[in-house]
Design a protein around this ligand. Structure first.
Ligand SMILES: NC(=O)c1ccc[n+]([C@@H]2O[C@H](COP(=O)([O-])OP(=O)(O)OC[C@H]3O[C@@H](n4cnc5c(N)ncnc54)[C@H](O)[C@@H]3O)[C@@H](O)[C@H]2O)c1
Length: 293
């Protein structure tokens, strides 16, 4: 059952005043940060997550900040559930103006392996959530957006969708396909004032990711960011809010990386440079630590 939080304060003005947003996977991590960012700027947010209690916890936090939201437990890979989500959103608030397709499945190795070792069930499940789920939500949102004269969609992709890897084959393929789905949507519905962009985060330290990655792996990943700090869910939420807002009114069909510079350099060359010369930041010491991992 949906649970609604208290009404937004009169004095809360922001870029999403009067707008209704659906954020999938908003019970935790990046999605939760996006839901909070939208609500803080006056948007009414449908917090959709397969984990109903996580969704409710997010709406409680929005309520504590005097925002307006609705929690729904839903698996975005299920067509009927997605149709019900948009139906409830429209009846409870009004037609959806903004959509963040954030819910995603990632099976860290050893499950999502190299192509010859890949379990097809992992491939199917990853595609069902990341690609089919995104498509289903877009298909439900577009007609209402057309009727209301426009809308904005952000699809949560990944740097993994822009470069090859030794594993995470299904995940990377699903994210690359999401990039093209975003471009197709932008191309097909731009005339109806619907904008669609993909956001490709690098390493973003959510609670769940922290629990999954050992210290050695975290150090290894941090080493190939150019900025000397970890990425935070709030960093991604700020970009998503920008792309959803009128500040980005002429931006559509793009894949925007937010990775601390991870994809801006070639690790092969950078590692070679590190082994030749010490750098004031102390990266050489980190490189030595990496060797010991
Ligand atoms: N954290 C990162 O470093 C990172 C990097 C690149 C891309 N991403 C992408 O960002 C998105 C969010 O990642 P996160 O790290 O915040 O994840 P997270 O695990 O912290 O949160 C994901 C949320 O989505 C929900 N969810 C999962 N499957 C669902 C489904 N089928 N239907 C509805 N809800 C579902 C989960 O219950 C969870 O609350 C994902 O699409 C992920 O691929 C994350």
């Amino acid at each position: 059952m949906p649970t609604e939080t208290n009404a937004i304060q009169e004095d809360t003005m922001g870029r999403f005043e009067g707008k209704v947003a659906v954020v999938t996977g908003a019970g935790a991590g990046i999605g939760k940060a996006c839901a909070l960012a939208i609500a803080r700027e006056g948007g009414r947010v449908v917090v959709a997550d397969i984990d109903g209690s996580a969704a409710t916890a997010c709406t409680a936090q929005i309520a504590a900040e005097a925002g307006h939201s609705l929690a729904l437990a839903i698996d975005i890979a299920e067509a009927q559930a997605v149709a019900a989500l948009f139906d409830i959103a429209e009846r409870h608030f009004s037609a959806v103006d903004l959509l963040v397709n954030n819910a995603g499945a990632m099976h860290l190795t050893p499950r999502d392996r190299a192509i010859l070792d890949l379990d097809l069930a992992v491939w199917d499940q990853t595609m069902a959530t990341n690609l089919r789920g995104t498509l289903l939500c877009c298909r439900q949102a577009i007609p209402g957006m057309i009727a209301r004269g426009g809308g904005a969609i952000v699809n949560m992709s990944s740097c993994q969708g822009l470069s090859g890897d030794t594993a995470l084959t299904s995940y990377a393929a699903s994210k690359a396909a999401m990039n093209m789905l975003s471009a197709s949507l932008a191309t097909q519905y731009g005339h109806a004032q619907i904008r669609c962009n993909a956001v490709a985060p690098g390493l973003i330290m959510t609670e769940r990711l922290l629990a999954k990655l050992d210290e050695c792996m975290q150090r290894h990943l941090r080493r190939h960011q150019l900025l000397p700090r970890v990425g935070r869910p709030e960093d991604v939420a700020a970009l998503v809010a920008f792309l959803l807002s009128e500040d980005a009114a002429f931006i559509t069909g793009q894949v925007v990386c937010i990775d601390g510079g991870m994809l801006a350099h070639v690790p092969t060359y950078a590692d070679g440079g590190n082994s030749r010369a010490a750098r004031p930041s102390g990266e050489t010491a980190e490189a030595a630590a990496l060797q010991r991992c």
